[in-house]
Design a protein around this ligand. Structure first.
Ligand SMILES: [Fe+2]
Length: 268
């Protein structure tokens, strides 16, 4: 019986990683290395690359963006697969890990909710991905790069990245600029500059999950090797936060029975 336990009982035991919770507050990101097995990563990557094959492996950059098939979009940053759990219902039970979800709850509160899960593939045609933040659940292009940078006392949201390929020099590493939760949020340097003083380069193996607080500036280097690289990205928002305009409304209709996934769905 899915509703037999109250939310209080469900969260009575937390599997949060205290070090990771502390890192989210104090430096704005944390990394769970090899949180997913090779088999799990292959499962996600195969599904995304199969769709890419089915639509004829088109060029992985387009401006303006277009949709070769419903909920699949090719734009400047590669191909994005929206509404993952609607198109691939068997993904829901595999997408998240209890200790990572509980860690995010440690930052955002027990009533935090999943806003969207989406997959992405890109290749060497995508240039350096400029420094950006996800404040409000949108990237800076949404505001035509004229965002107002307020400060925060509480965390509203995190971006979560599950890497389906190794983050190496050749594949293009993730760059993160550490910050405390209450630090100023305006960019400290030019967002197009490819190296910021104080940046951290993240090089982790496939199957790692990186959690980034919404105000943490980050960028991604260009891939230098042939082939595609992939990740699955998600937004999680605190219960008090205004919902991202990009939120996946199809999550409201999810009717599977995975308890962890059910516990993070938006309230109806
Ligand atoms: Fe990002």
């Amino acid at each position: 019986m899915a509703n037999a336990r109250s939310p209080l009982e469900r969260h009575a035991v937390s599997f949060a990683d205290p070090r990771a919770v502390r890192e989210l507050f104090e430096r704005g990101y944390t990394v769970f290395e090899r949180a997913y097995s090779t088999e799990e990563v292959d499962y996600f990557r195969d599904r995304l690359t199969r769709v890419y094959d089915e639509i004829g492996r088109p060029k992985l950059s387009a401006n303006p963006p277009y949709q070769p098939t419903p909920d699949v979009e090719i734009g400047p940053a590669g191909i994005v697969f929206h509404k993952l759990t609607t198109h691939y219902p068997d993904m829901a039970a595999r997408l998240y890990k209890r200790h990572i979800i509980d860690t995010i709850r440690g930052l955002l509160g027990d009533d935090m909710r999943l806003e969207l899960p989406a997959g992405a593939l890109s290749d060497s045609t995508r240039p350096f991905f400029d420094w950006h933040v996800h404040i409000g659940g949108v990237d800076d292009a949404y505001f035509d790069n004229k965002r107002v940078y307020t400060t925060f006392e509480r965390s509203e949201r995190v971006t979560v990245l599950l890497y389906l390929d190794d983050l190496t020099e050749e594949n293009g590493r993730l760059l993160v600029y550490p910050r405390k939760l209450t630090d100023p949020t305006a960019p400290p340097y030019d967002v197009k500059r490819e190296a910021w003083p104080g940046q951290i380069e993240i090089a982790c193996p496939r199957g790692s999950m990186v959690v980034i607080e919404q105000c943490t500036w980050h960028a991604a280097r260009q891939k230098r090797s042939p082939g595609v690289r992939g990740f699955i990205g998600s937004y999680f928002a605190a219960g008090f936060a205004e919902t991202s305009p990009l939120a996946d409304e199809s999550l409201q209709g999810w009717s599977g029975d995975d308890e962890l996934f059910r516990s993070i769905l938006p309230r109806r």
